[in-house]
Ligand binder design. Structure first.
Ligand code: GLY
Length: 571
């Protein structure tokens, strides 16, 4: 199916706050959109071809993903966007979900004091105040070209929701996943939407979502207020109340209210920046852990193996050991900077690197603790560049695939289960196997610590790489591995994205390994004392763009998923 921006979307001359001449000259051969669904990539490409910038295209692509990629594209979740303009000015937008005012650590205990961690995956206690609608509207308002209104950029998504689109094999397979299916079947509206004949939608079925089209229309016409108030907000609260009936009576309090929705704000954050191999790497600060861990990884590997020639077993050993230490810090000290002081400078300092370096050896060190270093999805990513050299890396999430599984009746979108990203305490692991402490404990209004890592690399005054990934904590290690392959080993983008990956997150001590590594590589890692776990396959779905020094642009949508990299047609 081909998506055209309706004629009414073309040029809103009166809304133009950035005259075209401020965007000249074009410096890249063309623009590019890379994301996890071809129809959404087509929407973004059309915006670029109609004179939109990377921000305009990213907003339209994200809204289209909210229709065609219900696994993670969303109105009911949240995310982060990193915008880097052609002059190198960078801004991070945090539209992560936050805990409602009534949230407390007691939310997973029933009246008898029995703990129910699964409530954090499917019940109203899992749901954070959605951030995506506020985030996308603010992103467009403050960073868009002014050539397109929100209503214009919503139009393709509304069209896809109203006319429907053909279900692909990936959506069918995901609907058949045992755990995702169990969550979705708890919600009457999700059951009707995704299992209309008592079984998952089949490949080729046309999925029409008229209620979602109406929700998008209210948002298109009224902006964020059309989501956080009125009929949409009322539907969210009604859905949570309905879902709460599945909980024991004493546990039916503390979820998202109309006041929580009205009070939600997306926040600008200062990006993290570091020099690496004659480039500038720009990434997401807290409440993401991703930027810090990626920068720590790059810096440590530069010390440990400055002259490595390939991503061999020795290099992988050092990467694993770097992640072990970085993730130990994640569990100990990282959280929402509005609530806890995250020692970002310290974590990126030479002193931290010295300590981490000194604690490493030729063999695995599963026993390392954060105190040794200190004194003291589902998700989806899209990358866009425009021909003027502006870039957007935007990662957005419902947390689990299809989030909580709760489809808001009458409004047609899924609610997140992001509150599982808070630390449960007592050494309990969340769905990603992560542990954490007080820094990431739930508090009213607080944003749960994330691993989303939208990242941009600049070289010689222009964007060189734009990337990010879904995958919970595996986002960080996936992004780091693609960066290392591209920047250290000069691998072509496509093979850097395709290459098998490793993941280490300090606890558990095992390193996860994808299939596809040579047998000698695996045995050398085992020989160095690494416990390898092959149970989870595959990890991450990196969506990346690389710009060559001559201005030519190449995109890579991870073959682990079914996405697309589409360049604009004109050169
Ligand atoms: N929900 C996944 C993350 O933000 O890390």
């Amino acid at each position: 199916m081909k998506v055209e921006l309706a004629a009414s979307l073309l040029w809103a001359a009166t809304a133009c706050v950035a005259p075209p001449e401020t965007l000249e000259p074009r410096v890249l051969e063309r623009g590019m959109v890379v994301c996890e669904h071809e129809l959404a990539a087509q929407v973004g490409r059309t915006v670029l071809e109609q004179g939109g910038t990377a921000v305009d295209a990213a907003v339209a692509t994200a809204l289209a993903l909210a229709v065609v990629y219900p696994q993670a594209g969303n109105l009911g979740g949240g995310g982060f966007a990193l915008v880097v303009d052609a002059a190198g000015r960078a801004r991070c937008l945090d539209f992560r979900e936050c805990a409602p005012a009534g949230a407390s650590g007691a939310r997973v205990f029933d009246a008898e004091g029995v703990r129910h961690p699964d409530w954090l995956l499917w019940s109203p206690h899992a749901v954070g105040v959605p951030g995506s609608p506020a985030g996308l509207a603010l992103l467009l308002e403050e960073c868009g070209s002014g050539r397109f209104t929100l209503a214009q950029l919503c139009a393709p998504a509304i069209d896809l929701a109203e006319r429907g689109f053909a279900v692909d094999g990936e959506l069918h397979d995901d609907l058949c996943d045992k755990e995702d299916r169990a969550r979705l079947l708890r919600s009457a509206a999700a059951r009707e939407r995704f299992y209309p004949r008592g079984a998952a939608l089949e490949r080729g079925d046309v999925l029409v979502q008229r209620d979602l089209a109406q929700t998008l229309r209210r948002y298109a016409n009224e902006g964020a207020a059309g989501f956080y108030g009125g009929a949409t907000a009322a539907s969210i609260v009604a859905e949570l109340e309905r879902a709460a009936l599945a909980l024991p009576e004493g546990s039916r309090v503390g979820w998202v209210t109309l006041d929580d929705l009205r009070g939600y704000r997306a926040l600008w954050r200062e990006p993290l920046r570091a020099e690496f191999r004659a480039r500038e790497v720009i990434s997401m600060p807290p409440p993401s852990s991703g930027g810090i861990i990626v920068l720590q990884t790059l810096a440590l590997l530069e010390r440990l193996a400055p002259s490595a020639k390939t991503f061999d077993a020795e290099y992988a050993h050092w990467a694993i050991e770097a992640w072990r230490r970085a993730f130990a810090e994640r569990a100990a000290v990282m959280g929402d900077p509005g609530f806890v002081e995250v020692p970002v400078d310290e974590l990126l300092s030479a002193r931290w690197l010295d300590r981490a370096h000194a604690s490493m050896q030729d063999r695995a060190t599963p026993e390392v603790q954060a105190s040794d270093l200190h004194e003291g999805s589902n998700t989806t990513h899209l990358s866009v560049v425009d021909a003027w050299g502006n870039a957007v890396a935007l990662t957005t999430t419902l947390n689990s695939s299809f989030g909580s599984g709760m489809l808001v009746e009458g409004a047609g979108f899924l609610l997140n289960n992001e509150l599982d990203d808070f630390a449960l305490g007592d050494g309990l692991r969340n769905q990603f196997g992560l542990v954490g402490g007080a820094a990431n404990a739930i508090e009213p209004g607080k944003r749960p610590l994330s691993s989303m890592t939208p990242t941009v690399v600049r070289r010689a005054g222009r964007v060189e790489l734009v990337l990010g990934s879904p995958g919970g904590p595996r986002i960080v290690t996936s992004v780091a591995q693609v960066l290392l392959r591209c920047l250290v080993f000069d691998e072509p983008l496509e093979s850097a994205v395709r290459a098998p990956r490793l993941h280490q997150q300090w606890s558990p001590a095992e390193t996860w390994i994808e299939r596809g590594w040579p047998a000698e590589f695996v045995s050398e890692l085992r020989g160095r004392g690494h416990e390898l776990d092959e149970r989870v396959q595959p990890f991450g779905r990196v969506q990346a763009i690389r710009v060559s020094p001559d201005g030519s642009v190449e995109g890579a949508s991870d073959p682990r998923g079914g996405g697309a990299a589409l360049g604009t047609r004109q050169r």
